[in-house]
Design a protein around this ligand. Structure first.
Ligand code: F6R
Length: 366
């Protein structure tokens, strides 16, 4: 059942070229350059006229929501808020006509997310679910939705569900942006082509697993870890930190890289590994100077870099290399080395990576 892998987590990480192909199947047709997303198409005018989109989710799904905020604001010019479901539900939030609630959930059973959308539904909001588990409570409660089709996820730490969520959210933003006219035809076509290449690029990235395992050996004894990224890669820093905490019990924090100087930099010394998500994008130069600031304080730098990058390679203590990707889709690729790193560090520490202590696969209690 683990398909020859030692753990479900590893199997599910390596499933991603296939799970993303499943997610794209019947939706993305790169030969004819078409994108079909029935749940969105049936309600296109609701989306095109939306005043606001409020994303509600927990944990890893909330991180996918943060990436979606960047995607939707960029491509659709609709204001987006990303809410922890647990806070949103208890807060008497201001919701009105023209608001869309976008619930993101792997299990479709997370209690806080479920109650949050129940409340919003009572107040007349339109509920759209991005859910993995077919027929689950959140899927049934939504007015419409799009399944992520990642297949069952058994490892407690979410991996392939996250990348499938990002894929669906990217497709949604592209469809809505095109319908609204905020995403130009040429740019839409370019992104469509980029999206079609993702499963292959995932495969290329996963093929570097031996190198990542080596990196893991150097950091298995760390007590703390900092994860930093900017733009589309900022939520990846949060996700990387969450995964490491869950799987290795190493204390880890994720931050937008520029926030570092507002506090976390006080932690930096020769014992603190700082992992930068530093792929080639609009923020590259800024990230380079953030890395210099860490090196100047003798911090250990691990960087996720794009193929061909020699500058950061020369500055970092260790690098994990990924293929070049459009920045909007970058999280789909840049998260992979962090999944593998957490896995190998957890294994190196002799932990049960499939069933971390104190955690359950779906959190059906408050
Ligand atoms: C992290 C993880 C959790 C879930 C969270 C939401 O690896 O698995 O943080 O992401 O409990 O679960 P779903 O997506 O099922 O609503």
């Amino acid at each position: 059942e683990k398909g020859g892998y030692d753990h479900f987590m590893l199997k599910e990480i390596f499933d991603q070229p296939a799970s993303l192909t499943d997610c794209l199947r019947g939706r993305l047709d790169s030969e004819n350059m078409t994108l079909t997303l029935a749940g969105v198409e049936q309600h296109l005018s609701v989306f095109a006229q939306a005043k606001r989109i409020v994303i509600v989710a927990c944990g890893t799904s909330w991180h996918a929501g943060l990436v979606a905020e960047y995607m939707i604001e960029t491509l659709c010019r609709i204001p987006v808020e990303v809410e922890y479901a647990s806070e949103f539900r208890y807060r008497n939030p201001v919701i009105g006509p023209g608001d869309i609630i976008l619930a993101i959930s792997q299990s479709g059973e997370t209690a806080d997310t479920l109650v949050a959308i129940e409340r919003a539904k009572e107040q007349g909001a339109f509920i759209f679910g991005v859910v993995n588990a077919v027929g689950s409570s959140i899927a049934r409660l939504s007015h419409a939705g799009a399944y992520t089709h990642a297949g069952p996820e058994i490892g407690v730490a979410s991996t392939k569900a996250f990348t499938a969520q990002l894929t669906v959210l990217a497709m949604m933003a592209m469809k809505i942006g095109k319908a609204k006219g905020t995403l130009a035809e040429a740019e839409y076509n370019r992104l469509l082509g980029e999206l079609a290449l993702i499963p292959e690029k995932v495969k290329t990235t996963l093929a570097t697993h031996e190198a990542i395992k080596e990196v893991a050996k150097h950091y298995a004894d760390a007590r703390d870890f900092l994860f930093l990224g900017r733009g589309y890669n900022f939520p990846v820093a949060l996700e990387g930190a969450l995964k490491l905490k869950e799987i290795s019990y190493i204390h880890a924090e994720g931050y937008p890289a520029a926030e570092m100087k507002h506090g976390p930099i006080a932690l930096v010394d020769e014992n603190l590994p700082v992992l930068f998500i530093a792929t080639k994008d609009a923020y590259y130069e800024k990230i380079v100077s953030n890395i210099q600031e860490i090196k100047a304080r003798k911090g250990k730098v691990i960087a996720v870099i794009s193929e061909g990058d020699t500058l950061i390679r020369s500055m970092a203590d260790h690098v994990m290399v990924v293929p070049e990707v459009d920045e909007l889709l970058a999280p789909l690729i840049s998260v992979l080395p962090t999944q593998l790193l957490s896995y190998y560090i957890g294994v190196e520490r002799g932990l049960d990576v499939d069933k971390p202590r104190n955690l359950a696969k779906s959190v059906t209690v408050e």
